[in-house]
Design a protein around this ligand. Structure first.
Ligand SMILES: Cc1cc2nc3c(=O)[nH]c(=O)nc-3n(C[C@H](O)[C@H](O)[C@H](O)COP(=O)(O)OP(=O)(O)OC[C@H]3O[C@@H](n4cnc5c(N)ncnc54)[C@H](O)[C@@H]3O)c2cc1C
Length: 446
């Protein structure tokens, strides 16, 4: 049998459902370049993505096969040339990808080619009806699905037998961003790092994950995003070592299912009653946030790390998102787009879901009165100020006491560091009053 296996975000050999019949069949691995994704994604994600795609292409070659790269406009002509018996591709829950796949299915039906849709980007199938809270999703869908289905694993192919296809391929885009370089490792190295993390640090994950120290969390998100490691593998290991980690993976599934059922939330608030809230659109304030110049060290450290490394820990993602939306009242969409551009793990469902969660307008969101105080958060999760010192060099010499507890004294040590751009208490009251009034006026709720 001749099988076309379309590679999207599953850029690995091991535990990949696309290769499940590679040892028995003729396989044509295929990557289809899509202009939309090229324009939509920032250079950090694209750097890791094309690095991983190139690595995969080389590995497939070393096993005797060939990964074809074509442009989406060439898809029909390519399929007509290959004449496959079966086309395999993995489902994707982003609105653009779903439209793309509807068109693909129409084309395959017209051409009389069988196809099979596989699952790789979530651990559990997306339920037919949406769940409105994470806890319900976790208890009624996620855990029962894992129990029912178990966790599959797919053998690594021993060889690829790819037929010669007389077709003009396209060169892959050359993207190289400074920030993404440190993330560019192949799947063997990703697995090695995961094994190390799982053995050394995962047992303490429930206690350490919010601290801003190295190895507090797994840093696997960029590799999940590009499929250099499978969610199944992570989940299987974590089930035996630390179930808090499994619960975090369930959030990943939760947000994918939300985007699937509510595609309009890419631009609109999930909670209908929040829509038309008068978010501020102040370019100068936004710019200060982007540049890490707001005068709250933990916020500035995180925003500078984001620019330097294309990744920041979950705890500071929440702190900076809360600061932007609640203290500055700036539109969550601005923050979401900025993150999406810079994050090496940028994932639409995760980013939208989390931004709306922090802003208060998402499903099962942090209520509007829950606001992350950046001073207290720094004291709790960066108690020696090491994280701040790493990313805000002008504060390196400031004694910890001033750095974490006294912003006025901090500026005596570092006069060039900007003063806090808002009064935390006053901005909090302002936000709460504005949102309460808005919600009072609204009558619809989901
Ligand atoms: C404002 C904001 C924006 C975010 N944008 C993205 C994004 O674009 N892409 C992305 O992958 N994650 C996003 N997250 C979720 C989370 O911050 C990252 O997945 C996590 O920081 C990745 O680091 P890690 O792999 O070390 O996580 P770990 O703590 O080691 O967790 C393991 C895995 O569990 C999942 N996970 C953990 N926390 C969350 C969460 N809050 N939501 C969903 N899944 C989670 C991730 O797959 C993660 O890799 C965002 C969070 C916030 C608050």
């Amino acid at each position: 049998m001749r099988v076309v296996a379309m590679v999207r975000r599953e850029l690995r050999l091991h535990d990949n459902p696309l290769w499940q019949s590679a040892n028995e069949n003729e396989i044509v691995p295929l990557f289809v370049l899509d202009d939309f994704n090229q324009l939509e994604h920032g250079s950090n994600l694209r750097t890791l993505f094309f690095f991983a795609l190139n690595e995969l292409r080389q590995q497939i070659s070393s096993l005797g096969g060939h990964l074809y790269c074509i442009h989406s406009k060439q898809q029909e002509a390519f399929l007509a040339t290959v004449k496959p018996d079966l086309v395999l591709f993995c489902e994707d829950h982003e609105p653009h990808s779903r439209k793309r796949d509807e068109n693909l299915v129409r084309l395959l039906n017209r051409m009389g080619i069988r196809y099979e849709v596989l699952r790789d980007s979530t651990l559990t199938p997306v339920p037919e009806k949406p769940f409105m809270t994470f806890t319900q999703f976790y208890k009624r869908h996620f855990l029962p699905s894992l129990q029912r289905e178990g966790i599959l694993s797919y053998p690594k192919p021993k060889r690829f037998s790819t037929p010669q296809v007389p077709f003009d391929e396209i060169p892959l885009p050359q993207v190289s961003s400074e920030a993404a370089r440190k993330w560019c490792i192949n799947e063997v190295e990703v697995l090695r790092r995961w094994r190390f993390y799982a053995q050394q640090h995962l047992p303490a994950y429930d206690r350490t994950r919010n601290f801003l120290t190295e190895n507090a969390c797994s840093q696997m998100s960029p590799y999940i995003r590009c499929g250099l490691i499978s969610l199944r593998r992570l989940c299987q290991d974590a089930l035996e070592i630390n179930r808090v980690f499994v619960r975090e993976l369930a959030w990943h599934d939760f947000y994918a299912h939300l985007l699937h059922h509510f595609p309009e939330t890419t631009t609109q608030e999930w909670q209908v009653k929040w829509r038309r809230f008068a978010w501020r659109h102040n370019e100068n304030d936004f710019e200060r946030w982007c540049e890490g110049q707001v005068g709250f060290p933990i916020v500035d450290a995180a925003m500078r790390q984001l620019k330097q490394e294309g990744w920041i820990p979950n705890r500071v993602r929440m702190i900076v998102a809360s600061f932007l939306t609640k203290n500055l009242q700036i539109d969550w969409r601005w923050g979401e787009r900025y993150f999406y551009h810079y994050l090496v793990d940028a994932d639409l469902a995760q980013n939208i879901g989390n931004w709306q969660w922090v802003a208060g307008c998402g499903a099962d969101a942090a209520p509007y009165f829950r606001i992350f105080n950046p001073v207290l958060q720094a004291q709790k999760f960066d108690p020696q100020g090491e994280y701040i010192r790493q990313f805000v060099p002008e504060l390196r010499h400031v004694p910890t006491e001033a750095l974490l507890f006294d912003l006025t004294r901090l500026r005596q040590h570092a006069p060039n560091y900007p003063p806090p751009m808002v009064d935390l208490k006053a901005s909090l009251v302002e936000f709460q009053t504005a949102i309460k009034e808005h919600l009072k006026r609204g009558e619809i709720s989901r």
